[in-house]
Write a new protein. Structure first.
Length: 263
């Protein structure tokens, strides 16, 4: 029997990148996967539901749909996010700040809130089944950077929100764990503006050189970590932050994620 057999997972931003890789791995492990994304998934794993993480009404509708169709919720992967561009503190507009925070920070807050509600609905006596919430943050939440300001702030919020949720669920004895994942450079559509500027392979080589391990991550690399945190293999892990950055935060090499190449 697959390790996640009988479990139900929601993956936001699951139509591409880390979300798509996570959805595929969760499904391969036996979970029923709901891919929740504002953009349509042309192919891939799971059942697609169009979803706007910034809308509380959309969250209510998504949870109602999942509980009606699948009867339970065991895993929430809050992955949806945007870069918001390279703006520093002087260049970032209020409009851009609010858009990035709404998706990257408030969207994760809502995801955690409704994940807990859904997991409680499926528990014995409707108190709580065991469940796992995995929030995708960034190494931007751990290191200083001149920009992008809005993105960095939003991912910092996700890091501490995850700890707050973990502490609350432990205090309430809900049996729900919450952890955050902190990637370095991952070859996902978030880097499309750079790929369009200098080419995909050249861009990957440039950013990969900033990682001591010698390359950027592939979405699968992060998906494997998400799978572990979703499964009972990490049953004693909550309120923790997991860095998967190829050694970037060791500070041994130039940090290139937020520095555009010249030429």
């Amino acid at each position: 029997m697959s390790e996640l057999s009988g479990q139900v997972a929601i993956v936001t931003g699951g139509a591409s990148g880390i979300g798509a890789a996570s959805a595929a791995l969760l499904e391969a492990a036996g979970a029923t996967v709901i891919v929740a994304d504002i953009q349509h998934a042309n192919a891939g794993s799971g059942r697609f539901v169009q979803h706007d993480v910034t809308s509380e009404d959309s969250w209510k509708a998504l949870l109602a749909d999942v509980l009606k169709s699948d009867g339970r919720l065991d895993i929430m992967v809050n992955n949806a996010g945007v870069s918001g561009g390279p703006g520093n503190i002087e260049d970032t507009t209020v409009e851009n700040w609010r858009r990035v925070e709404a998706i990257n920070s408030e969207g994760v807050f809502l995801g955690c809130k409704y994940a807990i509600e859904g997991m409680k609905e499926t528990g014995p006596g409707k108190t709580a089944a065991k469940g796992s919430i995995v929030n995708v943050s960034s190494i931007a939440a751990l290191i200083g950077s001149a920009g992008p300001t809005a993105y960095t702030a939003s991912k910092g919020a996700v890091r501490l929100l995850s700890k707050s949720v973990a502490a609350y669920c432990a205090e309430k004895k809900y049996g729900i764990r919450c952890n955050s994942v902190h990637p370095g450079g991952v070859d996902t559509p978030i880097f499309n503006p750079l790929w369009q500027k200098i080419g995909h392979e050249q861009g990957k080589a440039f950013l990969g050189a900033g990682h001591p391990i010698g390359r950027m991550a592939e979405p699968q690399d992060l998906g494997e970590l998400v799978l572990w945190l979703a499964s009972d293999r990490s049953a004693f892990v909550t309120g923790a932050e997991f860095v998967s950055d190829g050694g970037m935060t060791m500070g041994l090499t130039k940090r290139r994620l937020f520095v555009a190449p010249q030429g």
